[in-house]
Design a protein around this ligand. Sequence first.
Ligand code: ATP
Ligand code: MG
Length: 558
Amino acid sequence: MEDNREALEVSRNFIEQEIDKDLAEGVYDHVQTRFPPEPNGYLHIGHAKSILLNYGLAKKYGGKFNMRFDDTNPTKEKEEFVQSIIEDVKWLGADFEDRLFFASNYFQQMYECAVLLIKKGKAFVCDLSAEQIREYRGDFKTPGKESPYRNRSIEENLKLFEEMKEGKYKDGEKVLRAKIDMASGNINMRDPVIYRVARMSHHNTGDQWCIYPMYDFAHPIEDAIEHITHSICTLEFEDHRPLYDWVVRECEFENPPRQIEFAKLYLTNVVTGKRYIKKLVEDKIVDGWDDPRLVSIAALRRRGYTPESIKKFVDLVGVAKGNSSVDYAMLEYCIREDLKLKKPRMMAVLDPVKLVIDNYPQGQTEQLSIPNNLENQELGERLVPFGRELYIEREDFMENPPKKYFRLFPGNEVRLMGAYFVTCTGFEKDEEGNVTVVHATYDPETKSGSGFTGRKVKGTIHWVAKDTACQAECRLYENIVDEEKGKLNEDGTLNLNPNSLTVVKDCYVEPALKDAKAYDSFQFMRNGYFCVDSKDSRPEQLVFNRIVSLKSSFKLNQ
Ligand code: ATP
Ligand code: MG
């Protein structure tokens, strides 16, 4: 029994252990978490981790998960981002039910908290300029110097703060500061600014306010108002935690929330910085914020990643206290694992050359029944048309093959996947020496599923019948940057991989794919997993994104 309990505890991450303790000690009687993005850009894989972590904890403890836009900073926020963030959070399956909040709706309460602090002698209006405040603050070695305005009377502070709110002062002329401790070893506690004057229109409150709260003051109040218990954030806020605690305590919230920090998720060989992505978009190097080479959630969705695969990835990475980066190959491993049994395995020829089966009757076609997924019988079978002329991959034929090449070459016999054995009898070339047609004969006795055991062949190749094939475009991707070659150039720009996108125009796919719709995904045998592009695919011109190839360099528990 004891041992069991211990094993259970070990398997719980450090945040869960903290929550267990809080519940056991009666600090909280419920769990409530939130995801608080600033609507200033698209969400990326790192945010997905935070979303699934917060949502997962609420679910695990029978608690609630809030969606809250941290829109207290009026400069950068945009409605477009609000919509995309909501879509992404819902797509990931993090259900916030009816709890969609905007921090800007709490401006009045934040203001009242500030007034309370002034009345308690815990905040003062300061006339120092931003630069002077910085100078007075000191650094790690030098303690800060108190502002000459620190000892204004409560009455004067109340009056001045009211005037700030009324618009009597210019931007930057006065600020409200918390009165904490200029000698604190923690610089965040050296009388931090909590309100500033800024004449900016806000996307939600318009011109109602000309004073805006600073993040470190606003965030704990937002959490407290919503009865959040565990405010989970990333490590860079660790040094801000004493200020967080100070704010909720001095603002006299009952049962205040507590902050717990975890390490950000970093992935190798990807670009997540908004500044870089913005430039890639502006320079038209990528096709928008959802370009399948990016790792914004919108881009991952367009590429063909599933919410399940992202969840699996986040679970595998786990939560840690120390920053580290995760190999991109691990994300690829997760999508392969997720699609492996779910998706039909179909035939698509990406680099076609014609194969003519000379002894197959002219004009004859057959419908061959081929299992959709040999590892998952539940996916059933489909009919695939077969005929005299087929497309095969150019690399599946060689005039002069090296040793151990088991595909088509003159005189060699291979299996056409799900169809017959064929023996190569010859080939044709154009003036430049490119192979244009491969010739073969088939053995009618060898039909797949007929129980033929007469002889074996070493190679199996895929094919698509020419007359019924659908033409398609396939987009093949590599990482947009390669960290081994250096992510940045000397001038600070991104060192881009010139091969990050290869567009293959004349691919042929099975006719069963004709009605494939946006986001539908499939395994193309030997070529990888592919997803119908949601932006550019049309019924008359299918476009597929390669999600991931079939081969993996990543091994679990390597
Ligand atoms: P970025 O600058 O990369 O967009 P951010 O921290 O500015 O990130 P916010 O919108 O402020 O983004 O963050 C929303 C939430 O997502 C925060 O709780 C933040 O801690 C979390 N978050 C952001 N980036 C990551 C990451 N790489 N890994 C895990 N959580 C993250
Ligand atoms: Mg931010």
